[in-house]
Design a protein around this ligand. Structure first.
Ligand SMILES: *Cc1c(COP(=O)(O)O)cnc(C)c1O
Length: 358
C-alpha cells in the first residue's frame, strides 16, 4: 500500500490463480490445462503470421477479429453479430459483469463456484447473493426460479467449477425460461468434456449469454482467447465496454491461432475423447483406493478421501512434485481438485497416492 493507491485499488480482493511453478519435471494437475499440445495447424498458422521477418507484427491486429468471429460462427451455426471475442474468457466475463450483470437487484451464483465471480463483483460493485448448492453439490434449477426478488442476473459455470458436476441442458433452459427479464450467463469453460452446449438456446432466448474459452478443450491457455455467444443486443453491450477499454484485446498471433484451432474439428474431437477416457480411468483408480469422486463432466475431478485431510494430502503430493488444487473454503476444504493429465501423469498421481495412503 502507498499513498498513491486509489480507493479502488485499496478496496480490491484480487483473484489468486493456481500457481505456475518454475520447477522442472513437475506433474502439474492444478490449473486444468490440457495434456495434449494444440492442433499442429495452430503452430503453422502462427509461424505463417510471424513470417520470415515479422513485418506483419508492425501492424495492429483487426480490432474486431472478424476472421475469428467467422470461424466461431461457422462452427456453432450462428451469425458473427451474435459473437464477442476477448483476451481469454476471463476478460469476456469481466466485460459481462460490467456491461450486463450490474443492476440494482443482486446477481445470483452458486456458493461453490468459479472464484473469479465474487472478485468481479468487488471490482465493478455488483451486489450478489450466493445460492447454496444441494448437498450432493449439484445446482437445483428451482433455487433460481420464482424468487421473491427478480435477480439482477444469474451466472454459473456448466459443468460447475470446481465440482465438475454437469447441469443437463433442459435444466439450464428451465433457469433461462424461468427468468425472461434477467440475463443468464452460462460459463461453459469445460462443456466440451462431456456436456451439451447451451449455444443453440441463444436462438430462442434473448436473455442467455454463453461463454467459451480455448484454454481448456483447445489446449490454448497460453494464447488467451475466449468468446461469448448471445443475442446481438447483448453482444453490442460487450462491444461498447470493450471499445472503452482496449481496442485490440486479441493480438495477430492469437487471432490466427484461434481460427486454426477452431477449424481443426477432427483434432479437437480426438483430444477431448482422450481426456474423457483418461478421466474415466482416473475416477476408477481413485475410487479403488477409497476416494469419493463427484461425477465429473470436465477435465478435472473433485475428490475427497474419508480418512485423510485434503490439505495434508495436497502438501504430501507437492513433496513428490505433483501439484493439485486445494481450496481452504467452507464445504469443500476436504476436497482436492485434480486436473486430468496424460495417462502417464495420472498413473504417477495414483502411484503417489497409493504410497501416501499405505
Ligand atoms: C478456466 C476458466 C475460465 C477462464 O478461462 P480463460 O479463457 O483462460 O480466461 C473461466 N471460467 C471458468 C469456470 C474456468 O474454469
Amino acid at each position: 500500500m502507498s499513498r498513491f493507491w486509489s480507493q479502488v485499488a485499496r478496496d480490491l480482493t484480487p483473484y489468486v490463480p493456481g500457481e505456475q511453478p518454475k520447477i522442472a519435471n513437475l506433474i502439474k494437475l492444478n490449473t486444468n490445462e490440457h495434456p495434449c499440445p494444440p492442433s499442429p495447424r495452430v503452430v503453422e498458422a502462427i509461424r505463417a503470421e510471424v513470417g520470415d521477418d515479422g513485418a506483419r507484427l508492425r501492424l495492429y491486429p483487426d480490432p474486431n477479429a472478424d476472421l475469428l468471429k467467422q470461424a466461431i460462427a461457422a462452427r456453432h451455426g450462428v451469425t458473427t453479430r451474435e459473437i464477442f471475442v476477448g483476451n481469454g474468457s476471463d476478460e469476456v466475463l469481466a466485460h459481462a459483469f460490467q456491461a450486463l450483470l450490474k443492476h440494482d437487484a443482486p446477481l445470483l451464483f452458486p456458493d461453490i463456484t468459479y472464484s473469479f465471480y465474487p472478485v468481479y463483483c468487488g471490482l465493478y460493485g455488483v451486489d450478489h447473493v450466493a445460492v447454496p448448492l444441494a448437498t450432493d453439490f449439484s445446482i437445483d434449477p428451482a433455487d433460481y426460479i420464482d424468487r421473491d426478488v427478480q435477480p439482477g442476473g444469474i451466472i454459473f459455470p456448466n459443468p460447475n467449477a470446481p465440482t465438475g458436476r454437469l447441469l443437463a441442458l433442459d435444466a439450464v433452459e428451465r433457469i433461462v425460461a424461468g427468468n425472461p427479464d434477467s440475463l443468464v450467463v452460462v460459463d461453459e469453460a469445460y462443456i466440451d468434456f462431456g456436456g451439451a452446449t447451451a449455444i443453440p438456446l441463444t436462438q430462442k432466448h434473448d436473455n442467455l449469454l454463453v461463454i467459451h474459452t480455448l484454454s481448456k478443450s483447445r489446449s490454448l491457455a497460453g494464447l488467451r482467447v475466449g468468446f461469448a455467444v448471445g443475442h446481438p443486443d447483448l453482444i453490442e453491450a460487450l462491444e461498447r465496454v470493450k471499445n472503452s477499454f482496449n481496442s485490440y484485446p486479441l493480438d495477430r498471433l492469437a487471432i490466427v491461432g484461434a481460427v486454426a484451432a477452431i477449424e481443426d474439428e477432427a483434432y479437437f474431437q480426438q483430444c477431448c475423447a482422450a481426456v474423457i477416457a483418461s478421466r474415466e480411468s482416473l475416477v476408477g483408480q481413485l475410487t479403488e483406493i477409497g476416494f469419493d469422486v463427484l461425477p465429473s463432466a470436465a477435465n478435472f475431478i473433485f475428490a475427497r478421501h474419508p480418512q485423510r485431510d485434503a490439505g495434508e494430502l495436497a502438501q504430501a503430493l507437492r513433496a513428490e512434485s505433483i501439484i493439485v488444487r486445494h481450496f481452504r473454503l467452507p464445504r469443500i476444504d476436504q476436497f482436492l481438485r485434480i486436473t486430468v493429465g496424460s495417462d502417464e501423469q495420472c498413473s504417477s498421481l495414483v502411484a503417489a497416492l497409493r504410497r501416501l495412503l499405505a
